[in-house]
Design a protein around this ligand. Structure first.
Ligand SMILES: C[C@H](O)[C@H](O)[C@@H](O)[C@@H](O)C(=O)O
Ligand SMILES: [Mg+2]
Length: 402
C-alpha cells in the first residue's frame, strides 16, 4: 500500500494569556471559568505567597492556553491533536518543527519524533512547553496515521489487552464519583507546609469526612501538586493512614528525585507513592522509576506523545511498576488499553462542582467519550485515529504561518 505524505502542518491556539477569550476549558483544562473546584484553594508551590494561595489562575496556571496541531496528508486526510502550549507552541510548530514533518510519509512517526526531540534539546530543558508541543505533534501524527488507515490508534499499537478501562475520578467530590461508578476518588490537597500542622489537620478532616461518606472499600487518594517537602509529606501520609489513603501523588516538584526516594522510605506500609505528570523526558522517568515510585503518571500530552508514553510504560514494566497516565482523555485511553501494566486509569472531572460527567477537554473535541458507570469499553474507542474531531466553533487563532 503506497502511503501518502504529509503536505502541511498548522498550529492554532485557544485561550491563554495572549487570547481575548478566557475560561473556555479545552486542552488547557485549568483554563476554566469562576467558582470551579479546580481553582479553589488547591495547595501548590506558590501557596506560601498569600496573594497566590486561593487561586492557581492568579499565578498563571492557565497562561499557556490550548495548542491545536493539525496535519494534512497528500490524499486530503487530516489529523489533529491538542495539548497545553498555546501561542508559544504555535511558534515552535510553525517556525521549527514543521521542517521535520512536511514531506515525510504518514508512517514515519518515530523518525519525526526523534528529530523533534533532538533538534529542540538546546532549548527544551527536557520538559515543559517544548515537550508539550512535541507531544501535540506526535499525537496529531498518530491521529492522521489512524485516519489514513481507517483504524483506531489502539489497534495501530498492537491491540487491546482488556475489553474495558476502569477509572478513578479526580475532583472535589469522591462521594459523587462513587455514585457514578468510579473505583476511587482523588482529592486535591488544599494546604501545604506553610500551614504546618494546621494544614495537615484540615486536609485530614476532609479525608475523614469523605471516608465516612464512601465507606471502607472505595479508593481515596491525595493529589499534592508539587506543594510539599519530605517532612510535611511524611507527616500527612501517616496522619492519612488510618483513613486508608491509597496513594500520595506528586508531593514534590518533578526533579526532586531524592525527595521521592526519601519519602518512599518513610511511607506507611501499603500506601503508594505516585508521580510523573510534570516529568518530560525518558531519562527523568527512569530516575523516578529508580527512586521507587509505585505508579508512574506521565501525561501523554506533556511527556512526548504516544511514542514516548509507550517507552515509559516499558521502563515501568521492567520493574513491575504501574503506568497510569495523568488524565488526558482519548490520548491516553488508546495507549493504556494496550498496556498490561495499566489496570485502571484517571478521569479528570472538569464539571465546575465535580458533580457531573463533562468530557475532560470540553468543548474542543467533538465526540470525546466519557466513562459510563466508571468504565469505558474498547468499542467506545473503535473509530479511526483517536476517534474525535476538532470543534471549529471554538475561538481558535493561528498566530504564525511558515
Ligand atoms: C487536581 C490537581 O490539582 C490537578 O489539577 C490535576 O490536573 C492533576 O494533578 C491530576 O492528577 O489530575
Ligand atoms: Mg496529579
Amino acid at each position: 500500500m503506497k502511503l501518502p505524505t504529509i503536505t502541511a502542518i498548522r498550529a492554532y491556539s485557544m485561550g491563554g494569556a495572549a487570547a481575548t477569550i478566557h475560561g473556555q476549558g479545552g486542552g488547557d483544562y485549568h483554563d476554566q471559568g469562576k467558582d470551579h473546584w479546580i481553582d479553589d484553594h488547591i495547595a501548590t508551590p506558590m501557596s506560601k505567597y498569600k496573594e497566590y494561595e486561593q487561586s492557581r489562575q492568579s499565578f498563571g496556571i492557565n497562561v499557556l492556553g490550548t495548542l491545536v496541531v493539525e496535519v494534512e496528508a497528500s490524499d486530503g486526510t487530516t489529523g489533529f491533536a491538542i495539548s497545553t502550549a498555546g501561542t508559544v507552541g504555535c511558534f515552535i510548530v510553525e517556525h521549527h518543527l514543521s521542517r521535520f514533518v512536511e514531506g515525510k510519509r504518514v508512517d514515519q512517526i518515530k523518525l519525526i519524533h526523534d528529530q523533534m526531540l533532538n533538534a529542540t534539546l538546546y532549548y527544551s530543558g527536557g520538559g515543559g512547553v517544548v515537550i508539550n508541543t512535541i507531544s501535540c505533534v506526535d499525537l496529531a501524527l498518530w491521529d492522521l496515521y489512524g485516519k489514513v488507515l481507517n483504524l483506531p490508534v489502539y489497534k495501530l499499537l498492537g491491540g487491546a489487552v482488556r475489553d474495558e478501562i476502569h477509572f478513578y475520578a479526580t475532583g472535589a467530590r469522591p462521594d459523587l464519583a462513587q455514585k457514578m461508578g468510579f473505583i476511587g476518588g482523588k482529592l486535591p490537597t488544599h494546604w501545604g507546609p506553610a500551614a504546618g500542622d494546621e494544614g495537615i489537620a484540615r486536609d485530614i478532616a476532609t479525608l475523614a469526612d469523605m471516608r465516612e461518606k464512601v465507606g471502607d472499600d472505595f479508593w481515596l487518594m491525595f493529589d499534592c501538586w508539587m506543594s510539599q517537602d519530605v517532612n510535611y509529606a511524611t507527616k500527612l501520609a501517616h496522619a492519612a493512614a488510618p483513613y486508608k489513603l491509597k496513594w500520595m501523588e506528586e508531593c514534590f516538584p518533578p526533579n526532586q528525585i531524592e525527595s521521592y526516594r526519601e519519602l518512599k522510605k518513610h511511607m506507611p506500609a501499603g500506601m503508594l507513592m505516585t508521580t510523573g505528570e510534570h516529568t518530560g523526558t525518558l531519562e527523568a522517568f527512569k530516575e523516578l522509576s529508580d527512586a521507587g515510585v509505585d505508579i508512574i503518571q506521565p501525561d501523554v500530552g506533556w511527556c512526548g506523545g504516544v511514542t514516548s508514553l509507550c517507552e515509559i510504560a516499558a521502563i515501568a514494566k521492567a520493574r513491575g511498576q504501574l503506568v497510569v497516565p495523568h488524565g488526558s482523555s482519548v490520548y491516553s485511553h488508546h495507549a493504556v488499553i494496550t498496556f498490561t501494566n495499566t489496570p485502571f486509569s484517571e478521569f479528570l472531572m472538569t464539571s465546575p462542582h465535580a458533580d457531573s460527567l463533562r468530557p475532560q477537554f470540553d468543548p474542543i473535541l467533538i465526540g470525546e467519550p466519557v466513562p459510563e458507570g466508571g468504565v469505558m469499553t474498547a468499542e467506545q474507542l473503535d473509530k479511526p485515529g483517536f476517534g474525535v474531531e476538532l470543534n471549529r466553533d471554538c475561538p481558535l487563532e493561528r498566530p504564525f504561518t511558515h
